[in-house]
Write a protein that binds this ligand. Structure first.
Ligand SMILES: Cc1cc2nc3c(=O)[nH]c(=O)nc-3n(C[C@H](O)[C@H](O)[C@H](O)COP(=O)(O)OP(=O)(O)OC[C@H]3O[C@@H](n4cnc5c(N)ncnc54)[C@H](O)[C@@H]3O)c2cc1C
Length: 387
């Protein structure tokens, strides 16, 4: 049984000043009014090209991000590493529109693979599909519409970027996780990722797809894919998450008049997450899994299943992941108990990371109990240190 409320372990690398800063930050993001107003102001400031770095860098940016460049993340990587928490460098580019940006992002991901080769605290790389492709293009391909020649060539370049990254990861033995996005492009992403898995996961898990368990078709997809992978003799790999776009998914389904792909309530999503965890752990000899969640019960459930199957805590095919700046009580306590734990460490220039930061602030406001849990634990640790 892991004691997730051991705050001495959870905050051991935060000094008093840092802890207080985190406390005030979570108090601020805990206010829906402030977050809404702040996000609007931020979007406006960016649109008007008003500098925002001075306000963001010492506050939310430093809390949720590793730095502007890969080497600027060294301090974070080693700070986490001292507590056996590993780093997944996450170049936070999303919703870009031009080829030069996509190529630049691809270069960054390749550099994170190189960094993983020279840094024992980095187990794998990650990328977000919309960092390498126009969203509208993926949507168009998924919808089955005919692409004009120019867009067909553009799509071929997207596939080549995905392939180059995964081929490089495979050649260096560095797994690559691919984030999941909205359902109206995810079908296309799944098709690309499946193809890459069949190509590069022949010896061991290299390419990871991400499954959003708030979607009611994902358990079936997972069962089906594990079976297909078994028949083809490859090692499938999945990051399990609940999913970040619930409101957007439901709103689009309502507007366009199709059934929502999302479970009707949180309990069903939770159950699907637990069932998916049980399924991958039961197949863990051939399937790799990263359990990406800030939910204590989901982590406890995974730990219990691992125990019941007599799987070692440091099983090479099992990892847990949280985002930098969130749920340290889960990451640090799991790592102290010998589990493989990673933090997504976003990096990039402040302006590039703004959409990510806005989502983090909104998530901390909308996820019931998340912020109050963080605040409760920080307060507990401050009091513990006072004696
Ligand atoms: C390491 C890591 C990587 C991630 N990568 C991705 C990614 O690639 N793609 C992505 O989309 N997200 C990603 N996320 C975000 C993730 O999907 C969740 O939004 C976030 O982690 C909150 O879920 P939870 O399991 O941590 O916590 P919880 O607080 O237990 O769950 C909140 C989540 O439950 C679901 N939910 C809430 N209310 C309802 C409801 N009424 N009905 C149905 N479902 C509901 C929603 O998914 C919501 O986000 C990632 C998260 C982590 C930690």
């Amino acid at each position: 049984m892991i004691a997730f409320d051991n705050t001495e372990i959870a905050f051991k690398d935060r000094d008093a000043k840092n802890l207080k800063k985190a406390y005030w930050l979570f108090r601020l993001v805990g206010s829906p009014v402030l977050v809404k107003a702040g996000s609007l102001l931020l979007k406006l400031a960016l649109w008007l090209r008003i500098p925002v770095k001075w306000a963001l860098k010492p506050t939310v940016y430093n809390h949720f991000c590793g730095g502007g460049t890969i080497s600027a993340c060294n301090e974070t990587i080693h700070r986490l590493g001292q507590s056996n928490v590993l780093t997944i460098l996450d170049y936070s580019a999303e919703r870009k529109e031009i080829e030069a940006d996509f190529d630049y992002t691809k270069r960054q991901i390749l550099d994170t693979i190189d960094k993983a080769c020279s840094e024992p605290f980095i187990p794998n790389a990650v990328f977000k599909p919309t960092g390498l492709s126009r969203f509208d293009l993926l949507e168009k391909v998924q919808s089955g519409r005919q692409l004009p020649e120019g867009e067909q060539k553009e799509f071929d370049r997207v596939k080549a970027r995905f392939d180059e990254i995964c081929a490089y990861g495979a050649s260096k033995g560095v797994p690559v996780m691919i984030d999941s996005e909205e359902s109206w492009i995810q079908g296309m992403v799944d098709a690309l990722v499946e193809d890459l898995m069949f190509r590069y996961n022949t010896e061991k898990p290299i390419v990871f797809n991400t499954l959003q368990m708030y979607r009611h078709d994902r358990l079936h997809y997972l069962q089906n894919f594990i079976e297909r992978a078994r028949q083809r003799g490859i090692f499938p790999a999945f990051k399990l998450v609940r999913g970040a776009y619930m409101e957007k998914e439901r709103a689009r389904a309502r507007k366009m008049g199709y059934p929502s792909p999302i479970y009707p309530d949180k309990a069903s999503t939770d159950q699907a997450f637990d069932e998916a965890t049980a399924l991958v752990l039961a197949n863990v000899k051939h399937v790799a899994v990263c359990i990406g969640t800030h939910n204590e019960l989901s982590c406890t459930n995974a730990v219990d299943i691992m125990n019941s199957l007599s799987l070692p805590n440091d099983h090479p095919n099992i990892s847990f992941a949280q985002l930098l700046g969130m749920s340290d009580h889960i990451s640090y306590n799991l790592a102290a108990a010998g589990y493989q734990v990673c933090k997504y460490v976003p990096y990039g220039p402040v302006k590039t990371v703004v959409p990510y930061l806005i989502r983090r602030a909104e998530e901390n406001t909308s996820v019931a109990g998340q912020t109050s849990r963080e605040l409760f634990l920080i307060k507990k640790e401050i009091q513990r240190r006072r004696g």
